[in-house]
Structure formats: structure tokens, C-alpha cells
Design a protein around this ligand. Structure first.
Ligand SMILES: Nc1ncnc2c1ncn2[C@@H]1O[C@H](COP(=O)(O)OP(=O)(O)OP(=O)(O)O)[C@@H](O)[C@H]1O
Length: 239
């Protein structure tokens, strides 16, 4: 199985080389757990490897995403300027939307709580995609319909050989969360909780599912610093 680097060496090792190519991986976690940063590192690495990349953002402007990436040492701006990375922000999710493409043009008129419409926004030649945050599309939609549309989206991405990280925060309904875990190829959960060995609040990553990949279910401690996300060598235990 071909894989795309996560942009985080230790995580690549845990995933036998990276995210499975052409598959959709769900990244879940509370706000501030590092979902966007995980996405930035994936896209930066893919851009460095010459892949065409795309980010669809529901919460941040392209300018803020580029700024945050730069502050962490992942300069996406050259790729953005060369049109190897496009960043599209989707606004006004519940009624209609305005999507702003990298050249400044706008898309309007589609009902963006319909996940299907996302496929129309994805560039034909995109190889690495981040959707941050897919939970937004579940608002006002019944669970059955959200699941069907998510499955259609992941099927589309798979047939196009597009590797995608689909971020979902904890504001989504618990069942939406569960359904999404079933409908995607793999799941990575990010959380902050007390480490029982140290008594300190720490960042934990769990990989409960990654089809076609030998994974360990042990919690992985990670940190966010000026260099982005790094995985600890210890696994939830004291040194
Ligand atoms: N240079 C840094 N050093 C340490 N921590 C940092 C640094 N830069 C960012 N962070 C941490 O990363 C967090 C933001 O990460 P990120 O935006 O990826 O989270 P998220 O899960 O996407 O959140 P949301 O759901 O709100 O978008 C900040 O709350 C901060 O704690």
C-alpha cells in the first residue's frame, strides 16, 4: 500500500510509513488539541514532495492559516503563491455559502450543509486534502443523511486517489462522531487529559483504527511547540 507522509517522522513510523494513499482519515479532538496543525504538517510535507494540495477551512481565513503555519516553521506561502496549494474558506454554512478560491474568485449559491457539494470544490488534480472542520456539515442535518453523504465523499476521494484528513471537533454530536469513525478508513483521536503516571495534563493521541495498517492501541504522548507536533518517545508511562 502506498502511503503519504504525515510530516511527523515518529507518526510515520507508527503508521508503517504514513496515511494510506487515496483514503480519508478522520481526525477528532476538542478545540485546541492540534487538529489544524496536524493538517498543516501533512500539507507542508506533501507540498515539499511536489504534490498538489488543498485545504478547505470552515473556521479560519487563508491568511490566518498561512500565518499560523509560518509561526510553526511550516512556510506554506511559496506553495500557495505557486498554486500548488489552494486554501478555500467556506462561509455561511447553514444557508448558502461563499467559497473564496486562491485567485480571489468566489463561489456562491450552493447549500453547504450538503456534504456532497464539497466534491465540486475539490480540484481535479489535488492529491493531499484537509477539510477543517467536517463537523460543520453535520449541523442541521439528520444523522442518516450525514452518514450517506460522508460515505459518498470518502468514496469519491478514494476513486480520485486523493488522500484526505477530515477534521471533526467535539462540538459535533456524539453519534455523528461515531458514525464518522465507521465511515472513514482510519481515525486518529487527539485529547488532553491527566497522565495517571505523572499527574500532569498532557496531550494524548490514539489510533483506534487504520485499515491495512498494523497499529498499536497504546496512547501516544505528543507535544505542540514552535516546531509543530512532535511525538514523545514514552507511551503514556513514566520514563
Ligand atoms: N508555538 C507553539 N507552542 C506551543 N503550543 C502551540 C504553539 N502554537 C500553537 N500551539 C497550541 O496549538 C493549539 C492550536 O492548535 P490547533 O489550531 O491545531 O487546534 P485545533 O484542534 O485545530 O483547534 P480548533 O478545533 O479550535 O480549530 C493552541 O491552542 C496552542 O495550545
Amino acid at each position: 500500500m502506498n502511503r503519504l507522509s504525515t510530516g511527523i517522522p515518529r507518526l510515520d513510523k507508527k503508521l508503517q510509513g504514513g496515511y494510506p494513499e487515496g483514503e480519508s482519515i478522520l481526525i477528532t479532538g476538542e478545540p485546541g488539541t492540534g487538529k489544524t496543525i496536524l493538517g498543516i504538517q501533512f500539507l507542508h510535507q506533501a507540498c515539499m514532495e511536489g504534490k498538489k494540495c488543498m485545504m478547505i477551512a470552515t473556521e479560519e481565513t487563508p491568511e490566518k492559516i498561512l500565518l499560523h503555519a509560518k509561526l510553526l516553521g511550516f512556510d506554506l506561502e511559496p506553495f500557495f503563491k505557486e498554486n500548488r496549494l489552494s486554501i478555500m474558506r467556506i462561509l455561511e454554512m447553514r444557508t448558502s455559502y461563499t467559497g473564496i478560491s486562491t485567485d480571489g474568485s468566489q463561489y456562491t449559491g450552493m447549500h453547504m450543509d450538503d456534504l456532497n457539494n464539497l466534491t465540486h470544490l475539490i480540484a481535479d488534480d489535488a492529491e493531499a486534502i484537509v477539510v477543517d472542520n467536517i463537523g460543520t456539515f453535520s449541523i442541521g442535518t439528520d444523522l442518516r443523511s450525514f452518514r450517506d453523504k460522508l460515505e459518498e465523499l470518502t468514496y469519491f476521494l478514494s476513486t480520485q486517489k486523493m488522500t484526505a484528513l477530515l477534521m471533526m471537533d467535539k462540538t459535533a454530536h456524539e453519534l455523528t462522531y461515531r458514525i464518522s469513525e465507521y465511515s472513514t478508513y482510519g481515525t486518529i483521536r487527539l485529547m488532553v487529559k491527566e497522565n495517571p503516571y505523572t499527574g500532569k495534563m498532557e496531550r494524548f493521541m490514539y489510533i483506534p483504527k487504520m485499515r491495512g495498517t498494523r497499529i498499536s492501541l497504546d496512547p501516544i504522548i505528543y507535544d505542540i511547540s514552535d516546531e509543530g507536533i512532535k511525538l514523545s518517545t514514552t507511551q503514556g508511562k513514566k520514563d
